[in-house]
Design a protein around this ligand. Structure first.
Ligand SMILES: [Zn+2]
Length: 603
């Protein structure tokens, strides 16, 4: 293998231009000193609330100014560090910026409770009387929404002080599974001993050598099984913690407490599960097809990630990938394409891997400059989709920041994955059409399989996780003890129901839930499934050239967090209160499955 280049050797044209945030580290230092001074002064602002509308405006401007400055400092330091994690200067900058963020948060924590004490009526009166408060109206409403669930100052202080203890289940779980776990070595594809880790697990699972997959699977789950009592205790404590705060704040259930800040009704959550369950027979068909295609007597969990179609060597140079993405996104219209061009021309993207660079990919939108994208582009099909995905996030931030005042531009996770996945769906459609025109069966197979795998991982699997959480939290609510046996039994049954008869459930499957760190953030994962479904619905109406579909979609991108997420979506013509979007995603799955079955028969 060729040795990786160092950061200094990277071709500048394919690196991101962080100078658009700070021309030099010296300028960063100057801003850091300013931000430190500002953060120190924040707590003293509380007194200004006595000064009516003008006082409130003064506080909001100060909070906004200091958080924008901090965001800029932190983004620059983190992205510089991500270029080369071994760089001590940017490591130190990142640590300092993180420390300052915490201090800033503590210093500004007076605001929410103080605003509620002032009362909704008075605050709304201020907004009516002072136009300059309008850009903050949505932010203020979100704070005031907590009015019914805010307690006396004494109890609020007590709850705030309990925060560090409340983090314990998650911290203990992470320490155990990330720091203390020692995996046995396994035999790799080349017959040599290979170290096993969380990072390598997925690669091993994709191995075409079944013994390698099996060994990795057993090495991984053997550890979880060995520590299963401790992990179940940590998870149970986490569920109790969420229940404690929900009860303290007078919410009927933990689910409702979690959905409340974004005004998502619990029916959205429940109807996702119902809709996906209605289509489980199709998923069973896919699992059975996998078993047949791999020609296995028994299909095990460790056979679920290996490709069932021959891999295609895409070998697409980056510039061509960029051209392909532009073509794929054409249905979004000329405005979108022209704005997207800036990402390519003005060095928003850090393209190639180098020594010490952070792995994976992300998009980072800041209010002080254009968004940035980190890639590790490697010419594969996946990395072309990753480019389209991250640019989806970037354009979402770009439009929201352009159209919205800073304090209502940021969008919540419920909306975030929609823009990225819509881009992927449009690119997929374009590439499928191209492959059809070329009569390229291998490419079509790979693309259709890619689509099925995406829906498997993002919609079916995440919904199964969502259901696991619902059941665990419901049992806790009834006062049942969440023992290892009970949790593993729930998970085993869910696997039977979701994967159907084609899969052989082995001794490790009941423990697999223990691998999912997201469970320590209650009721989080369902948003991957709803986000994916919304993206399928959007892309379908854009591709069908439905009246104004692309314009409405751009409206969604520009709305940021200006309204509750369901209202942002319904303004763009998508009703996520009904199960229609999830249904449309399930249809897409069934169509892709029919297609894959037909293509495999042709071969
Ligand atoms: Zn994403």
């Amino acid at each position: 293998m060729q040795e990786l280049r160092s950061r200094a050797q990277a071709d500048e044209a394919y690196t991101w231009r962080l100078e658009d945030l700070y021309e030099s580290d010296a300028l960063w230092e100057a801003d850091f000193s300013r931000a430190e001074a500002e953060a120190a002064g924040l707590a003293a602002l509380e007194g200004k609330l006595k000064g009516g509308a003008q006082g409130l405006l003064e506080i909001l401007r100060a909070l906004e100014g200091s958080s924008l400055l901090l965001e800029k400092l932190y983004a620059y330091a983190r992205m510089r560090r991500d270029e080369d994690n071994a760089n001590p200067l940017h490591q130190a900058q990142t640590d300092r910026a993180t420390g300052l963020l915490v201090r800033h948060e503590t210093a500004s924590s007076f605001f929410g409770p103080a605003l509620i004490k002032l009362g909704g009526e008075r605050v709304r009166g201020y907004i009516a009387q002072e136009m300059a408060l309008l850009p903050y109206a949505r932010f203020l409403e979100k704070q005031l929404r907590m009015e019914m669930h805010t307690l006396s100052p004494e109890i609020e202080n007590l709850l705030a002080a309990s925060g560090e203890m409340a983090d314990a289940p998650d911290t203990i779980y992470s320490m155990l599974t990330e720091a203390d776990f020692v995996f046995p070595e396994i035999t790799g594809e080349d017959g040599q001993k290979a170290p096993m880790s969380h990072g390598r697990y997925r690669l091993f699972l994709e191995s075409r050598n079944r013994e390698v997959r099996k060994a990795a699977y057993e090495a991984m789950h053997g550890q979880y099984k060995a520590f299963s009592n401790s992990i179940a205790a940590a998870f149970s404590a986490s569920v109790k913690k969420d229940r404690f705060y929900a009860q303290a704040r007078k919410f009927p259930t933990t689910l409702e407490a979690t959905l409340f800040p974004n005004s998502i009704p619990a029916t959205v959550y429940d109807s996702l599960i119902e809709a996906v369950r209605r289509h489980l027979p199709a998923f069973h068909r896919y699992v059975a097809l996998r078993k047949r295609t791999l020609k296995l007597d028994e299909l095990h969990f460790y056979d679920l990630y290996v490709q069932i179609v021959p891999p295609i060597e895409l070998g697409l140079p980056y510039d061509e990938a960029a051209r392909l993405v532009r073509q794929g996104l054409k249905p979004l219209g000329e405005t979108y394409l022209a704005d997207l061009e800036q990402a390519f021309q003005n060095r928003w993207i850090d393209v190639y891997e180098n020594k010490g660079k952070t792995t994976g990919a992300y998009s980072w939108g800041t209010h002080s400059a254009h968004p940035y994208v980190l890639l590790n582009y490697n010419q594969t099909l996946d990395s072309v989709f990753t480019l389209a995905h991250e640019l989806g996030h970037s354009m979402h931030s770009f439009y929201s920041n352009k159209a919205q005042p800073p304090m209502q531009a940021d969008y919540p996770l419920f909306l975030a994955e929609i823009a990225s996945t819509t881009n992927e769906a449009l690119l997929l459609d374009h590439m499928k059409k191209q492959a059809e025109e070329r009569g390229d069966r291998a490419a079509l197979l790979a693309l259709v399989n890619h689509e099925l795998e995406q829906i498997k991982g993002t919609v079916f699997r995440q919904t199964m996780f969502a259901e696991f959480e619902t059941k665990a939290h419901a049992l806790a609510q009834e006062g049942q003890a969440l023992t290892k046996e009970l949790l593993c039994e729930i998970y085993k049954t869910l696997n039977e129901e979701y994967f159907g008869e084609a899969i052989s459930l082995d001794e490790f499957i009941p423990y697999e839930w223990m691998r999912i760190p997201h469970f320590y953030r209650a009721f989080y994962v369902y948003q991957y499934a709803t986000g994916y479904s919304a993206a399928v619905a959007f892309s379908r109406s854009i591709l069908a050239h439905e009246d104004g579909a692309a314009e409405k979609y751009l409206g969604f991108l520009s709305a940021g967090g200006s309204k509750d997420p369901l209202d942002v979506l319904s303004d763009a013509g998508l009703d996520m209160r009904s199960p229609a979007a999830v249904e449309s995603c399930m249809q897409a799955f069934e169509q892709a499955l029919d297609r894959l079955e037909a293509l495999l028969k042709e071969g």
